[in-house]
Design a protein around this ligand. Structure first.
Ligand code: SAH
Ligand code: SF4
Length: 366
């Protein structure tokens, strides 16, 4: 594809699915045009601030068996853990004292009453210890509308639930075929979250076996149509103890998955100028400067890991996950320097809520 064609598409008011496919296939030379446009749109709309969300990987216990994930219930090699209340509160305190302003509580998907109440209790305690100052995002999978509402009332106000792929057929290929893993339930959960009042974040894995550019273009259109507030996307990274590993010969080289992910981030920024987009850890897995590169082409959120070291090797959703042997403090210093090098500023003590969400709420009031 020539530079001319890419430029012409980028100048359009709106992109068709075919346009998006052409942009996603841009080569090394051409993709810089996309990145430059995305960087400009980011600067004009959300500025150069990066917001930190301290990531607490609360538990690797999971009732699900997603074919791609290292902590799936069928993987007997994983030693299961849940953090104690004290450990969760310590991590929250660390975030507060280090001016992160927000945390994310993530875990496998569990539905027991004990789990639901435990999360509620932790939310209330975190709100109390931070006197309401810490913003809280949850990433705890599909739950009932009642559970989502209960956690919202306890103080969570953002939720991340990736659609993983917006193509129901591909979704079926990467999940077991049963009620627990249905595409329709996934969609319903996203609508329930929206109804409850959360800022809703979703995303996909990029470079999955069987995935096409048509699928990825469809994912971008899905984000726009669902009108998401936040996004977290990253390359799919194979894990040898998962069923999807047998298809590794179908994968594109990791570096290509990385650049495709960067193009997805940049295109999403162009399509949705005022949402929050995370520079994900999976990007850093392939390129040590992956997250900074994502910041430069459109991302504006980073999730430094605050999980105690002793648990990190058991929370390997994928292999080669970086920073599994660095304490939060060390991570923070290296991260700060990298962010400034990428030309960004850190929004210390700011929640950095999705501007898109705020505008939506404002316009509903009028
Ligand atoms: N259980 C929750 C949260 C933990 S999993 C949930 O499923 O929503 C968080 C994300 O990790 C998933 O949404 C998935 O997109 C990502 N993930 C899992 N396995 C992965 C892999 N092999 N490569 C890249 N990302 C993966
Ligand atoms: Fe469980 Fe989430 Fe992994 Fe699926 S992706 S197995 S729900 S932790």
């Amino acid at each position: 594809m020539s530079l001319h064609v890419i430029r012409e598409i980028l100048n359009k008011e709106a992109f068709s699915k075919d346009d998006l496919k052409v942009l996603l296939s841009a080569n090394e030379e051409d993709r810089n045009l996309i990145f430059e446009k995305a960087a400009r749109i980011k600067k004009e709309n959300v500025g150069n601030k990066v917001y930190f969300r301290g990531l607490i990987e609360y538990s690797n216990r999971c009732a699900k068996n997603c074919y791609y994930c290292g902590v799936r219930s069928g993987n007997a090699k994983v030693q299961r853990y849940s953090m104690t209340d004290e450990e969760v509160l310590d991590a929250a305190r660390f975030a507060l004292e280090n001016h992160f302003a927000s945390i994310v509580i993530q875990a496998g998907e569990l539905f027991s009453r004990v789990h639901v109440l435990k999360i509620g209790e932790l939310l209330l305690k975190i709100k109390e210890l931070s006197q309401g100052k810490l913003g809280i995002t949850l990433s705890l999978g599909e739950q009932t509308e009642e559970t989502y509402r209960y956690w919202y009332e306890c103080g969570a106000h953002r939720y991340l639930l990736r659609i993983e792929t917006s193509n129901p057929e591909l979704y079926r290929k990467i999940h077991p075929e049963n009620k627990l893993h249905s595409f329709e339930s996934r969609l319903k959960a996203l609508y329930d979250l929206r109804k409850t009042g959360y800022q809703v974040g979703t995303g996909v894995m990029i470079g999955l076996p069987f995935q096409t550019l048509d699928d990825l273009a469809g994912d971008l259109i899905f984000f726009k149509e669902f009108d998401i507030d936040m996004a977290g996307m990253g390359p799919y990274i194979e894990h040898e103890d998962t069923p999807l590993y047998q298809y590794r010969h179908l994968l594109m080289p990791r570096i290509e998955r990385f650049y495709l992910s960067l193009k997805m981030v940049a295109l999403l920024r162009i399509l949705m100028p005022d949402i929050n987009i995370a520079a994900t850890t999976a990007m850093q897995t392939i390129d040590p400067q992956g997250r900074e590169k994502a910041l430069m082409v459109g991302a504006n959120v980073i999730m430094p890991n605050l999980t105690p070291l002793k648990y990190r090797e058991n929370y390997l959703l994928y292999q080669d996950k970086p920073c599994i042997d660095e304490e939060a403090q060390e991570c923070q210093h290296c991260l700060e320097a990298r962010i400034y090098m990428a030309g960004c500023e850190i929004g210390w003590d700011e929640w950095g809520d999705s501007l898109h969400f705020k505008r939506k709420i404002e316009s509903q009031k009028q």
